[in-house]
Design a protein around this ligand. Structure first.
Ligand SMILES: Nc1ncnc2c1ncn2[C@@H]1O[C@H](COP(=O)(O)OP(=O)(O)OP(=O)(O)O)[C@@H](O)[C@H]1O
Ligand SMILES: [Zn+2]
Ligand SMILES: [Zn+2]
Length: 805
């Protein structure tokens, strides 16, 4: 029967954000499946573009009007049925184009153009091998392969007789290793030996060696032979030339964690841990999709709860997905999971090369990996039959993507749990207010872990008022109390972790004579000093220039840097304690691949006394000899014009305090601040999450902020400020009539950095409780403003934004 395919085309605009009908050519009938990518003619001139097949329908009456699909890109669907339907929901939820959502779900290498190689892995009829593979056992092809041949390939793939690898401009090449196997039988090799000259001893040895390989199932890696035997490449080459052996290519997965993993074993759970595991596992064995919020103090052993839950789910024959924030995806965390589940684990994070990510993704798709650990985008991992989804540090802002589609991984996780009828665990020592409030309303089940595993008390927190400290000493980043604490640890052979809070803080250059501050030419923000590259950089657009030696404005030589960068703090500390061994961890020292892991290993091996770093040291670290945590500046972020400033400060202080005293030694925390009476700092001092939650809820209630209100942000930008402003006022005006009295429109206001990359930004925030017409109206505005993009406008919608500045 003729078929029609409904296709989402790869043209990300509002007008094309719907499925188009295409005729399925006769040769591809019953071949094309939903989730496959196809090549189709589109628009004027029938440009060839890519699209995703959403649906294939039998065509009852032949209209003959439709354009036909030209070719198929994938032999098997690139996106499974679950993710197809997720993309639909996601597009609505985030006001994004469905094509953007679909592309987001695939590893980046798959978004590029590529060729593929089909390699025979089994016998096929000789005539087929002749016609399809030209008698070879490999066929490199792309989307131009004739449909009938493609159909044959698909059949072979279904029968498991070929394996397919992708080549993307050398980007996603499956890593191939050379291996060898004997080309002759034992007897034939023996015959070959007879023909050798007496002096050809090495060749005789090679023949013997090949004879030992006859019964091996897999070819032997050349690398291994060169390492483990005395044969040289030249010996092997001669062996191949004489026809004794064959050189073959085998596929190697790039395993970035190879060799590094030590097995870890199940621990005997504390009673609080056991209650948590039982509750989730119990839920996993029913068909419910419940969300559990585990509010567990730092060091309460949340990770062990996750691991044992995963274990139970695997035993039920299901798979598990574990999300962690990028910065918490430390080697320590990966070790713990890999150490428990070994090769069943796939790890996805931005530190991997594209090739490595792609390898991991394929291992998931082929069901070789049954546990996935990864950062935000891993929430789209093509796992099937998921038994539990875990989100560690659920309060982390990095779970929200800040470009289209602007999704929150938590929402996606919950959607998938409903699809799979499985539980979700949201875990944190400092849950987001939104999640904690949902637990209050019994939408989530609240489970509290109130004790540290070692029964140790949480470390005592001492507040140092820097206003006072500065009165008695010259300007310094280190109060006498903090310095004394560090020295004491050094004497005892213990370690310190020092946090420099970089939010709302940066090093900039200012002229002491005229006050000139070096600004980015493209953005309304000062440039940040980077000592490692000896340059000034813009953190928004990437602009970079040399550090000026004389003031560009008054030519004075008194141009100096201000603010506190980690480098500057490190230098100061080194001067104050010359014998201190300091490791600095920030964006500059961790840029290189593996640098993060190396630094942590050094610290773990006691090659340093002090780990000094930015936010990235606040989470997940578990070092038994760390007994002092110092926070150099607790309150720089409190001044940010964002209603979540207190929540973020509380979370950061609590998390970093939790790094101290995790094993048998007592920990101490010293927090320096200029606002020690601030409630976020006071509750953090008391380790009082619940107290903070109650207080902050009252603040939010008074101000009409989430979680009492929903929010959506509309951003308008244009190279001309007046036009950006005008358009944003127009949009606000269009919104007002459809909103009830309960809803509030904030703005339009210029963003706190009004100009970025030569565009001016204006934003509107709508706060609301229940507005049935809102979503449709916003979609309509997006649609009607599409035309404006031609005049330089960009309109962005952010549902439940996490950034308000
Ligand atoms: N049942 C247990 N028995 C003994 N040790 C345990 C047990 N559970 C966890 N631990 C150990 O306790 C330490 C803290 O556990 P873990 O890192 O999971 O805490 P956490 O709750 O994730 O803390 P944080 O929020 O600070 O990351 C780890 O070293 C872990 O190996
Ligand atoms: Zn000057
Ligand atoms: Zn800039």
């Amino acid at each position: 029967m003729p078929q029609i395919a409904k296709v989402i085309v790869d043209v990300p605009t509002m007008q094309t954000n719907r499925p188009y009908d295409y005729q399925v050519p006769v040769t591809l009938v019953d071949v094309i499946q939903p989730g496959m990518r196809v090549i189709i003619p589109f628009g004027n001139g029938d440009r060839k573009i890519q699209g995703f097949v959403l649906q294939v329908l039998d065509q009852l009456s032949f209209t003959g009007q439709l354009k036909a699909i030209e070719a198929v890109v994938d032999l098997t669907p690139a996106v499974n049925p679950e993710l197809l339907s997720l993309s639909d929901w996601l597009a609505q939820q985030t006001y994004a184009f469905q094509i953007t959502c679909l592309q987001t779900m695939l590893p980046s290498v798959m978004r590029a153009k590529y060729t593929k190689t089909a390699t025979l892995t089994d016998e096929i009829p000789t005539d087929l091998q002749a016609s399809l593979f030209n008698g070879n056992d490999e066929l490199t092809f792309d989307q131009n392969l004739a449909p009938d041949k493609l159909k044959q390939l698909m059949q072979l793939q279904r029968q498991g007789k070929i394996s397919v690898t992708y080549h993307v401009d050398n980007r996603a090449q499956v890593k191939q290793l050379t291996a060898i196997e004997p080309a002759l039988s034992f007897e034939q090799l023996e015959e070959a030996r007879m023909g050798l000259r007496k002096s050809a001893q090495k060749q005789s040895q090679l023949i013997s060696y090949l004879q030992t390989l006859i019964d091996q199932e897999a070819p032997t890696l050349l690398k291994t032979i060169l390492e483990k035997t005395t044969f040289t490449r030249e010996n092997i080459r001669i062996g191949a030339e004489k026809g004794w052996l064959r050189q073959v290519k085998v596929e190697a997965y790039r395993n970035p964690y190879a060799n590094a993993v030590q097995p870890t074993h199940k621990m005997t759970l504390t009673s609080e841990q056991e209650t948590a595991v039982d509750a989730v596992v119990q839920s996993a064995s029913t068909d419910a999709s419940e969300v559990f919020l585990i509010e567990g103090v730092t060091g309460s052993g949340k990770t062990e709860v996750y691991l044992q839950t995963i274990d139970a789910v695997l035993q039920q024959g299901k798979t598990a997905l574990m999300l962690v924030p990028e910065i918490a995806l430390t080697p320590q965390m990966v070790q713990r999971v890999k150490g428990r589940f070994g090769d069943l684990v796939a790890v996805l994070h931005s530190g991997l090369s594209e090739g490595e990510k792609y390898d991991e993704w394929r291992r998931i798709e082929r069901k070789e990996a049954r546990v996935v650990v990864g950062a935000r985008s891993a929430v789209f991992a093509p796992l099937e039959d998921i038994g539990v989804i875990i989100m560690d540090e659920e309060h982390e802002a990095s779970y929200k993507q800040d470009e289209s589609p602007r999704y929150h991984a938590r929402d996606v996780a919950i959607w998938r749990s409903q699809y799979h009828n499985c539980p979700v665990i949201l875990g944190s020592a400092t849950p987001s207010l939104e999640s904690r409030a949902r637990a209050q309303k019994d939408v989530y089940h609240l489970i509290r872990l109130t004790q540290r595993v070692n029964q140790q008390a949480l470390p005592a927190v001492e507040l140092v008022d820097m206003r006072e400290a500065m009165r008695v000493q010259k300007a310094s980043n280190f109060s006498p109390a903090l310095l004394a604490g560090i020295k004491e640890r050094m004497q005892k052979g213990e370690q310190s972790v020092l946090l420099l809070n970089r939010r709302g803080f940066s090093s900039f250059i200012m002229c002491r004579d005229c006050g000139f501050v070096l600004q980015c030419p493209n953005c309304d923000i000062s440039l940040t000093l980077h000592m490692d590259t000896h340059s000034m950089k813009c953190h928004y657009c990437g602009h970079e220039e040399a550090i000026p030696k004389i003031c560009p404005s008054c030519q004075s030589r008194q141009i100096r840097y201000f603010g506190t960068g980690t480098q500057k703090v490190e230098a100061e500390l080194q001067e104050l304690i010359p014998e201190a061994r300091i490791l600095r961890m920030d964006v500059d020292t961790t840029r290189k691949k593996g640098a993060h892991a190396k630094l942590l290993k050094k610290f773990g091996d006691h090659e340093a006394d002090i780990l000094l770093g930015t936010q990235m040291i606040a989470k997940g670290l578990d070092f038994p000899d760390v007994t002092l945590v110092g926070v150099i500046n607790a309150d720089t972020a409190l001044g940010l014009p964002d209603f979540r400033a207190s929540e973020r400060t509380f979370q950061l202080l609590t998390q970093v305090s939790g790094r101290a005293g995790r094993a048998d030694k007592v920990g101490q925390v010293i927090v320096q601040s200029y606002n020690s009476e601030n409630y976020a700092i006071q509750f953090a001092k008391q380790h009082d999450y619940e107290g903070f939650y109650q207080y902050e809820m009252a603040v939010r209630h008074r101000g009409g902020y989430p979680p009492y209100y929903f929010t959506v942000k509309v951003t308008v930008s244009h190279p001309e400020e007046a036009l950006a402003a005008k358009k944003s006022f127009q949009i606000a005006k269009q919104m007002r009539p459809i909103l009830s009295d309960q809803a509030l429109i904030l703005g339009p206001t210029p963003k706190s950095i009004a100009r970025i990359n030569n565009r001016y930004f204006y934003q509107i925030v709508i706060k609301y409780k229940q507005e049935p017409q809102l979503q449709a109206k916003l979609a309509e505005i997006l649609e009607t403003t599409q035309i404006d993009t031609r005049h330089g406008f960009k309109i962005g919608l952010d549902n439940e934004p996490l950034q308000f500045t």
